[in-house]
Design a binder for this molecule. Structure first.
Ligand code: CUK
Ligand code: CUA
Length: 623
């Protein structure tokens, strides 16, 4: 492998040149000048002058941090961390009533695959979905506010790693399980694995008006591990695919035992047909879910044999093919949807497993692609010309190849061991080309050392000509996957609109009040520059006084309808902190179980008198 020169070295000299360059050429890299980047130095290609914005948003999954990291491309600047499955004191997430309820009592999550909502196969910029492998949940994030609006627990599915991938018009996202468990997660002897365990897939819908996720139905697949999935597009829009491993049904030492068979399977299913089966009552009621048992409720699901333990499976932008990556077999296998449909029509099957027909491999495979000396293919992305880019985990590189011919077109080393990569608008029917970001698992010598544990690394690759790594950015664990969307598709709001119907909202100072009902205390307060008002008529409007053991609910309305004036609310020693963004109404609930005197204060710097934005929380001891 070629010796890698750290991007930072080139950047220092490059930046000096860039300053001069952009002084002469407006409007800079986000405007017209960006079109002709071929001769610019790498530093110039990624330099976004202060005051100008990046061309793309990059949403990188935060893995076992449970969060989502938002970056700008091409600068690769980290803009924001949005908490999804883990609490976050910086934003009060997991402390206020709504987010705490959504968390369902969990304190961490393992976020793998983010997915944008789609309209006609294109990112529509409205929502972002993600799943939690650690505690089996799914979440929906609103992109006007970059806040999570709903989280559901997915029963019968343990670790929905294989998701979230949405269908062309966000009809569904499919959440197949990584770990097979008995239905309802009941106790069952592992000797009964093949008969009592199942690999359940959930079909989840999202109601945009109510901002609610819902499980439409589930499918009790064989007790295998389901790894990655992708939804069909255009001609294959009614279909979805997912890879499997451990079709050996091993229950211990999977490293060896789940890699015995030469072939595992891709599950190919028609969700329109499954939807119809459910409408026709072709399911069993199990643990409150509509469960399809393929051995009993026939149709709509097929198996495609594929080289052992595949990892990624990706549908081409035109929807005509799906490509499986080998992991243990150094090849990408290209399958034709058209041929698969014909084989299903002709019942061209070579057998069945658990009542699911196995499609004849030879009838639908187009080619096995094996670039010279490339090892460990994991995931494939596409550019605007339909060319494929596959990450090679073992040989640390991206290989560009032509799905029509199998020909290798280009390769570039990355540092090191990429898992996924993400292309600009890469999962849509019309990727942009231009940029690809390699999400590397190992960073080793790339950044200043912070001890034995290194950050992960994201590397920006210019794919407009010969592939070239042009920027490198450290990232917290662990970007399993990411989504890159054109910046102008996302329309954020700057303040929350007034919600007069909200019974918890208080927009006028003289409407603030503290209401006692037995041992229940409700505070309807205001946060504004630079004070809290909990009861404007009280001797000290910024003090809340309760009795030990009271159940306290504090509703706070931020009446600063001004961009970027966010207030925080914390009570010293009470382990709580919430945020109220401009115009927002937020609630925090707790039991005043500690008697004493506790200062309360605004945690978010909001004005020159932010330090004065304090008060007292007094808790009278029980006699
Ligand atoms: S996975 Cu393939 S490298 Cu998508 Cu969770 Cu991490
Ligand atoms: Cu309000 Cu600081």
């Amino acid at each position: 492998m070629k010796k890698w020169i750290p991007a930072a070295a080139g950047l220092v000299t490059g930046l000096m040149a860039a300053t001069v360059f952009f002084a002469d050429f407006s409007p800079g890299p986000t405007g017209e000048a960006a079109k002709d980047t071929a001769n610019k130095s790498n530093a110039e290609k990624v330099y976004v002058p202060f005051g100008e914005k990046d061309d793309y948003y990059l949403f990188a999954s935060g893995g076992h941090s449970g969060q989502m990291f938002i970056y700008g491309v091409p600068s690769m600047r980290h803009i924001r961390t949005v908490p999804v499955f883990s609490p976050d004191s910086a934003t009060g997430y997991g402390f206020d009533t709504h987010s705490k309820e959504m968390m369902g009592g969990y304190t961490w999550g393992d976020l793998h695959h983010p997915a944008f909502s789609e309209t006609d196969g294109d990112y529509d910029g409205k929502y972002m979905f993600a799943t939690d492998v650690g505690n089996s949940r799914a979440a929906a994030m609103n992109l006007e506010t970059f806040t999570v609006r709903d989280i559901i627990n997915v029963p019968n599915t343990s670790g929905p790693h294989c998701a979230a991938f949405v269908t062309q018009n966000t009809e569904y996202m499919f959440l197949p399980t990584r770990f097979a468990v008995p239905i309802g997660s009941e106790y069952a002897d592992l000797d009964d694995y093949s008969t009592k365990y199942r690999g359940v897939m959930s079909a989840v819908t999202f109601d945009q008006n109510k901002e609610k996720l819902n499980i439409a139905y589930q499918v009790a697949l064989p007790p295998w591990s389901y790894d990655l999935s992708d939804a069909g597009k255009k001609m294959s829009a009614d279909w979805a695919v997912m890879t499997t491993y451990n079709t050996e049904e091993a229950t211990t030492n999977l490293e060896i035992n789940a890699s015995q068979a030469d072939r595992d399977f891709i599950v190919l299913f028609n969700w329109k047909e499954l939807e119809k089966m459910v409408a026709d009552g072709q399911y069993d009621d199990v643990t409150g879910q509509k469960m399809i048992f393929p051995e009993k409720h026939k149709g709509g699901i097929y198996l495609v044999p594929v080289a052992k333990s595949p990892h990624g499976v990706d549908v081409t932008p035109d929807g005509t093919r799906f490509i499986a990556s080998g992991k243990l077999a150094p090849a990408m296998t290209v399958f034709s949807f058209e041929k698969a449909f014909a084989a299903i029509e002709a019942q061209d099957f070579s057998g069945e497993r658990n009542g699911i027909p196995i499609i004849n491999y030879d009838s639908i495979v187009e080619r096995e692609v094996n670039p010279e000396n490339a090892l460990g293919p994991l995931h494939t992305q596409f550019d605007d010309k339909g060319m494929a880019y596959t990450t090679m985990f073992i040989t640390s590189e991206i290989v560009k190849w032509d799905p029509n011919t199998g020909e290798t077109l280009d390769r570039v080393p990355v540092q090191y061991s990429p898992g996924h990569s993400v292309a600009a608008e890469g999962d849509t029917v019309a990727p942009d080309g231009k940029y690809l970001v390699a999400l590397n698992k190992i960073a080793k010598d790339s950044y200043l050392s912070v001890g034995p544990s290194h950050p992960e690394s994201m590397q920006l690759i210019d794919i407009s000509g010969k592939m070239e790594v042009i920027q490198s950015a450290p990232v917290n664990p662990e970007p399993h996957y990411a989504q890159m969307i054109k910046a102008d598709k996302i329309k954020t709001i700057t303040v929350y609109p007034k919600d007069e119907k909200n019974p918890n909202a208080t927009y006028e100072q003289d409407k603030t009040k503290i209401v006692r009902n037995g041992n229940k205390v409700d505070v309807y307060g205001i946060a504004m520059r630079s004070k809290f008002i909990f009861d404007s008529k009280a001797k000290r409007p910024d003090t809340i006084e309760v009795n030990e053991g009271d159940h306290v609910t504090i509703h706070l309305t931020n009446i600063d309808f001004d961009q970027d004036i966010t207030h925080g609310f914390a009570i010293n020693g009470y382990d709580l902190n919430i945020e109220v963004q401009p115009g927002q109404v937020n609630t925090v609930e707790f039991v005043a179980d500690k008697a004493g005197t506790f200062p309360l204060y605004c945690t978010n710097f909001c004005s020159a008198l932010h330090q004065e934005m304090t008060g007292y929380f007094l808790v009278k001891p029980k006699k």
